[in-house]
Design a protein around this ligand. Structure first.
Ligand code: C2E
Ligand code: MG
Ligand code: MG
Ligand code: MG
Length: 282
């Protein structure tokens, strides 16, 4: 994309970005107000236990609807939001909206809903010294148990900010918030560092699966990551499962969880709610 186009996109992002709204839950309008002010929406993609088929969580994925451009991919606007600093407010909004949605689900399905809300954090958000206390306040206000929130940080984001990140992750872990390393295998973390990271889960980057149809080596890498993760006491999520063959192979390799179009595409809130409603035992 050209510099000029980027500038235009930044300018329109600034304009359409919601002005930070004070947090007023349990006001019924809270979620709606934000929705009307902004062109941002969260979609939710199920993360499924490969042995039982149970939905273990939903990953919140942000979408931006531009009045003339239509849907802009987060791959394009997250880097812009990071460049402009908007990621801080947008990141807060994402956390609030995701927790609000989870609150709604837990209220709607009060009998044993064990679904986790998974939220991506930009590595820039790790620089907010109040992040943990803000998240704790949010969870308290929503009356959500900390263990139902899982935060994803990419492997590269983590390694670029190792000092800050480690402290922060430890504090989160102590608070009982779950943590995943996203896009694992694309960064440059050494195994020695991995051992010290206070996380629960490794998420194997989808690029490994995308290469696997004819590629034996990629499968060996995936198998190795799964074995390594299990040895370190971590669970593994494979992202980007697009075929039944991939699903079966991952099952055979003892991968714990999967996510991908073959299981379910990301859905809007009402789609995800309908899916939850289909099975009272989720
Ligand atoms: P990610 O966190 O690794 O999210 C997984 C991406 O893979 C999502 O793309 C999802 O729609 C896509 N995906 C899921 N299943 C499949 C599949 O079977 N095949 C293929 N080819 N793709 C699949 P999406 O929603 O476009 O998001 C892209 C990236 O943008 C995310 O990668 C994440 O890094 C970033 N992102 C998305 N939402 C947020 C957010 O709320 N905050 C932050 N900081 N970053 C976000
Ligand atoms: Mg993610
Ligand atoms: Mg990923
Ligand atoms: Mg990714």
């Amino acid at each position: 994309r050209s510099r000029k186009q980027q500038e235009n996109l930044s300018a329109s992002m600034r304009k359409s970005h919601p002005t930070p709204t004070p947090f007023t839950y349990p006001s019924e309008q809270w979620g709606l107000e934000l929705e009307m002010q902004s062109d941002f929406r969260l979609y939710y993609q199920p993360i499924v236990a490969l042995d039982t088929g149970r939905i273990s969580g939903f990953e919140a994925l942000v979408r931006w609807y531009h009045p003339t451009r239509g849907m802009v991919s987060p791959v394009d606007f997250i880097p812009l939001a990071e460049e402009t600093g908007l990621i801080m407010d947008l990141g807060d909004w994402i956390l609030q909206t995701a927790c609000y949605q989870l609150r709604e689900w837990q209220s709607k399905f009060p009998h044993g809903l064990e679904v986790t809300m998974v939220v991506n954090l930009s590595s820039l958000q790790l620089h907010n010294p109040h992040l943990v206390s803000q998240i704790q306040q949010l969870l308290d206000e929503m009356n959500l148990d900390n263990r139902y929130l899982k935060l994803e940080i990419t492997e590269s984001g983590l390694m670029e900010n190792e000092e800050i990140a480690l402290d922060l992750l430890r504090t989160m872990r102590e608070a009982g918030i779950q943590l995943s390393i996203d896009d694992f295998g694309t960064g440059y973390s050494s195994l020695a560092r991995l051992h010290n990271l206070p996380v629960n889960t490794l998420k194997i980057d989808k690029s490994f699966l995308q290469r696997t149809t004819f590629d034996h080596e990629s499968w060996e890498i995936i198998e190795t990551i799964i074995i390594l993760a299990h040895k370190l006491g971590l669970t593994v999520v494979a992202e980007g499962i697009e075929t039944g063959d991939q699903f079966e192979l991952l099952q055979r390799l003892n991968c714990d969880y999967g996510q991908g179009y073959w299981l379910s595409r990301p859905m809007d809130a009402s789609g995800a709610t309908a899916l939850l409603a289909k099975n009272p035992q989720w």
